[in-house]
Design a protein around this ligand. Structure first.
Ligand SMILES: Cc1cc2nc3c(=O)[nH]c(=O)nc-3n(C[C@H](O)[C@H](O)[C@H](O)COP(=O)(O)OP(=O)(O)OC[C@H]3O[C@@H](n4cnc5c(N)ncnc54)[C@H](O)[C@@H]3O)c2cc1C
Length: 311
């Protein structure tokens, strides 16, 4: 057997070397103000590092090549869940696992609890953050869709001030948000749901913990006579961003939710959809899947609203 050729010497920052990502600088600010100053001062491509669950793999494949990483993991001031008035406020650095375990969220915003339990595996939920999931803007991520159904807003800060964006202004395309390079997402704000509301988050994955092929987040509010006063239907994997099925929602209002009206509304929700076809599923399959999930979820949400499961 011929002798093996010698291995090339490892060079940091190159393929085959000891470091997989392209070279970058790294800063760990001690306050939000310091983080904002670092982002504002960088004239190449700064990136915020939160849980690293999406960013680090992208950097390792060199699909992301930030010039500067601003590591916000030391900013405890961005990690909280609290209720102010009727609204829920979630700091951007809150881990998925903390949201999952929050009794406040489970009692009053159970849609979020149901959704976050479906994010990846426990290891991902221990490290990944709510802000990271939103800023990453994957159209098959659970939390953006649940927050779209809940009409959430996002507070974004830069050195020049703060702005609050409705979810529909925040998500602009696949893996794209309206965040500017010098902006930090600091908080998610979720309005309260009316009394008599039931919710359901449902999705289909090939294997437990995988990204879903399709899914939906649904809320149904009923008056004391059982008529629907408000409905929200947000779709996962149906388009480059989370979307709401406004016409399907409107058709439910003013009458009881029945198996027939849920099926009609689900058909309406997917009527104009053209989901992506890829090696995991065809667009047609995804549309049929989402239709079934919406019909089923509307009935589950109606049942929960009737039972008085707190919204
Ligand atoms: C094996 C595996 C399975 C997964 N399965 C799922 C799943 O089923 N469902 C799902 O939703 N996700 C899934 N994920 C992704 C996971 O939820 C990530 O945690 C999440 O998408 C990103 O959160 P992060 O805190 O890790 O963000 P990072 O990876 O640190 O950052 C992601 C992006 O957001 C930006 N960013 C982060 N925080 C901020 C901020 N505060 N302000 C501005 N920009 C910010 C970063 O610059 C980067 O562009 C999975 C990941 C892995 C590795």
């Amino acid at each position: 057997m011929p002798p093996r050729p010698p291995r090339p010497a490892a060079r940091a920052g190159s393929w085959g070397g000891t470091v997989k990502p392209a070279p970058f600088r790294y800063e760990k600010p001690r306050s939000v103000e310091q983080a904002l100053a670092l982002l504002a001062a960088e004239d190449e491509e700064p990136k915020v590092l939160a849980g690293g669950q999406s960013l680090v793999p992208l950097m390792n494949f060199r699909l992301a090549r930030p010039s500067l990483l601003v590591d916000i993991n030391g900013l405890a001031e961005l990690s909280y869940i609290r209720r102010e008035g009727s609204r829920l406020r979630i700091g951007a650095l809150t881990r998925h696992a903390v949201l999952e375990e929050s009794p406040l969220v489970e009692r009053h915003w159970p849609l979020l609890t149901e959704a976050v339990r479906l994010v990846g595996h426990p290891q991902i939920r221990n490290a990944g953050t709510i802000g990271g999931s939103l800023a990453h803007a994957d159209p098959t991520a659970e939390l953006p869709v649940a927050l779209a159904a809940l009409d959430a807003g996002f507070v974004v800060r830069s050195r020049s001030g703060a702005r609050e964006l409705h979810w529909s202004e925040f998500f602009v395309g696949q893996l794209q948000t309206s965040l500017q390079p010098d902006e930090l997402l600091v908080e998610t704000v979720v309005p309260a749901l009316p009394a008599g509301t039931g919710c359901r988050f449902d999705e289909f994955t090939r294997r437990h913990g995988d990204f879903a092929l399709g899914g939906c987040a649904v809320t149904v509010s009923l008056d004391p006579d059982g008529a629907c006063t408000r409905a929200a239907i947000a779709l996962l994997g149906a388009a480059p961003t989370p979307i709401r099925a406004a016409r399907a929602e409107a058709e439910l209002v003013g009458r009881p939710v029945t198996a027939e009206s849920a099926a009609r509304s689900a058909a309406r929700a997917v009527q104009d959809l053209d989901p992506t076809s890829d090696l995991h599923a065809s667009g047609e399959y995804r549309r049929d899947l989402i239709e079934s999930l919406v019909a089923r979820s509307l009935l589950t949400a109606r049942g929960r609203a009737r039972e008085g499961v707190p919204a």
